[in-house]
Design a protein around this ligand. Structure first.
Ligand code: 5AD
Ligand code: SF4
Length: 477
């Protein structure tokens, strides 16, 4: 999953359209909520489910916590720093609560599951604690909290997928959306807290995924990203037809909605990604040629300690296979520096696998021990912080070089770009992405394009992070 620590602040100007449109007829908003999300895309997607549940009981979203009746913070536990950031935010919300004691403050998501008693007992400012599988009980818990009870539900479920809840698109650009296809994770990577905070893996009903994507397309969206901790193990059996829907089948189903709808997905596991998925990508022009395939480490010994269940050679063979079947595929990775027992030699093996794979982009972290994980129980966190940081800086330096080289290889090429909106730097330029998920910036230069249009752009310059070019054609409908 994409893991950069980020925060959604709602854009007040969008509220009218995007939130009112999802309300049942005659429903009136009587209260307001503010929600902040941290962590992976799955968490952001969960916040959209929470917003839908709250809309259903008369709460509308606002962008300023100072005026909200309910303040929610959707938290991440994946690294210690993510948890610290949430604690800092809670201290700020404590001040709001001091000024306005009637406001309710709730902690959602992975930290809720991990730290429920601590939040309720030690950090008195929290009124509600709700784990990732308990969002349907939010209205009842708000009722409890309003009558002065401390409300908590962190029960994990074996079957909750929120399949029937239509997410309210928070902070959306109206063009790209995330669609959750499964929850939880059955892999036990020894460093990872996710199987403990989000529970067992379960796949969402394929029909409901298809229906949500159709609905997005009808509402003007042109790209969906299918989300799961390990999308390759998606598995659904249709009760009526007994049809088995694998991830490759699901991709094809969603791709059939319209050639104008792009499909992305995240995250793939090197042990599980199949040729069927690669063939689906190569055959369907609207399934994006981009795979996020976290390697974590380039050393077979460390991979074993991490319980990743593949070797360096297996990973390299997957890269070769991807390049064979999808020659122009973008590939990105997650990398952890300084995992327990990692030696200098292991670190060099990570650098060499990065160069071999020529990652276009990576999310890079130093190892942060998480209580309760297999690694915390079995191994000593024995690489010094100084060494972890030095190795991480070498990994980042190499990735910067690989990203720049990858972008330089694109100079002179023409890509089909889906326009998402204005570039951050100038309203005279469009920002979009190519199939490989690279950001492309090009001048508007009096043309008739709008966000949601596909445009052919010739690349003439680049930085390590961005391709720059100019439009040579496009569909102006
Ligand atoms: N320390 C550092 N990075 C971690 N990740 C998961 N757990 C940890 C941890 N304890 C990283 C992995 C994973 C990504 C989502 O976060 O690289 O793929
Ligand atoms: Fe964590 Fe591994 Fe599952 Fe990813 S696949 S969520 S790293 S346990």
């Amino acid at each position: 999953m994409q893991s950069a620590l980020t925060k959604i602040i709602l854009d007040e100007s969008r509220q009218g359209e995007s939130f009112l449109s999802s309300l049942p007829e005659n429903k009136h908003f009587v209260k307001t909520f503010y929600i902040e999300s941290y962590g992976c895309q799955m968490n952001f997607s969960d916040s959209e489910i929470v917003a839908s549940i709250l809309n259903g009981v008369g709460f509308s979203a606002i962008s300023n916590p100072e005026h909200a009746d309910l303040i929610l913070i959707n938290t991440c536990s994946i690294r210690e720093k993510a948890e610290q950031t949430v604690r800092t935010r809670l201290k700020i919300f404590e001040q709001v609560k001091n000024r306005r004691p009637s406001v309710l403050v709730g902690v959602l998501g992975c930290m809720a599951e991990r730290l429920k008693s601590k939040f309720l007992e030690e950090e008195k400012l929290v009124d509600l604690v709700i784990g990732p599988d308990a969002y349907r009980t939010l209205p009842a818990l708000i009722g409890d909290a309003e009558s002065g009870l401390r409300a908590v539900n962190v029960l994990l479920s074996r079957d909750e997928t929120y399949a029937d809840i239509a997410p309210v698109r928070l902070g959306s650009n109206g063009i790209t959306a995330f669609v959750s296809i499964m929850r939880g994770c059955n892999n036990m990577c020894s460093f990872c807290v996710v199987p403990f905070t989000r529970g067992r893996e379960r796949s969402r009903n394929a029909e409901s995924i298809y229906a949500e994507c159709c609905n997005l397309f009808q509402n003007g969206f042109r790209e969906v990203t299918l989300l799961g901790q390990n999308v390759d193990s998606y598995y659904w059996v249709d009760e009526r037809s007994s049809e088995i829907v694998t991830f490759a089948n699901l991709l094809k189903k969603v791709a059939s909605i319209s050639p104008q709808l792009r499909i992305r997905f995240s995250t793939s596991h090197p042990k599980d990604i199949t040729d069927d998925v690669l063939v689906a990508i190569s055959i369907h022009p609207n399934i994006c040629k981009y795979i996020h395939l976290p390697v974590q480490s380039g050393s077979t010994r460390v991979l074993q300690q991490m319980n990743r269940t593949y070797t360096r050679e297996w990973y390299m063979a997957k890269i070769i296979r991807i390049r064979e079947l999808v020659p122009d595929c973008g590939i990105s990775s997650d990398i952890i520096s300084g995992f327990c027992t990692e030696t200098e030699e292991d670190h060099l093996a990570t650098l060499s696998v990065m160069s071999f794979a020529r990652f276009d982009m990576s999310y890079m972290f130093f190892y942060s021990e998480r209580p309760g994980t297999l690694a915390a129980r079995r191994f000593q966190d024995d690489v010094s912080e100084e060494t972890k940081k030095r190795r991480l800086s070498e990994v980042v330096k190499l990735q910067n070089q690989l990203s720049l080289e990858s972008n330089e290889r694109d100079l002179g090429k023409v890509f089909e770009v889906l326009i998402e909106g204005d570039s951050k730097k100038s309203k005279h330029e469009w920002m979009g992405r190519n199939s490989q998920n690279k950001v492309v910036i090009f001048p508007k230069s009096g043309n008739c394009f709008v966000p949601g249009n596909y445009v052919d752009v010739r690349i003439s310059a680049c930085t390590g992070a961005t391709l720059l070019g100019s439009a040579i054609s496009g569909n102006c409908n």
